[in-house]
Design a protein around this ligand. Structure first.
Ligand code: ZN
Length: 136
């Protein structure tokens, strides 16, 4: 069995972190799939989805600082839109995460959350979720 869902988020700025764990957990529960895989995919080139700590807000802040150091704005960039630093961060982090569904729920660590990261906001962004596996 398989289920496909999507939802949108409105971002307000660059380097914004939006916790989407609750939305993805609800889509997984509503799918009726008990054992399987949940794929979260972002169809954008300057935004990503990632799994990281959801307890200390300094973690997202520190990751953003580190990514800014790895991919700063550079005068040598040619892309006319002027957001090449955001495109580089997107390539580094990637557009998707695959999660295990066990017992009808996402198998996440105690400190893990699913985060949408905006690198070029404000924008309205789409998140696709495909849940695949065995239903009850
Ligand atoms: Zn661009």
């Amino acid at each position: 069995m398989t289920a496909l869902a999507s939802f949108t988020v409105k971002t307000s700025r660059k380097d914004e972190w939006i916790n989407i764990t609750r939305e993805v957990q609800k889509i997984t529960a509503d799918s009726g799939i008990i054992e399987g895989i949940c794929l979260v995919f972002v169809p954008h080139t300057t935004a990503v989805v990632t799994v990281n700590e959801n307890a200390d807000p300094d973690v997202p802040r520190d990751v953003s600082l580190a990514l800014a150091a790895v991919s700063p704005d550079r005068k040598e960039f040619r892309h006319s839109e002027g957001n090449s630093a955001a495109h580089v961060k997107t390539s580094l982090v990637g557009p998707s995460v695959a999660l295990i569904v066990a017992g009808g729920a996402l198998l996440l660590g105690t400190w893990q959350g699913i985060w949408f990261n905006e690198y070029d906001g404000p924008r309205t962004r789409t998140i696709f979720v495909r849940v695949l596996g065995e239903s009850a």
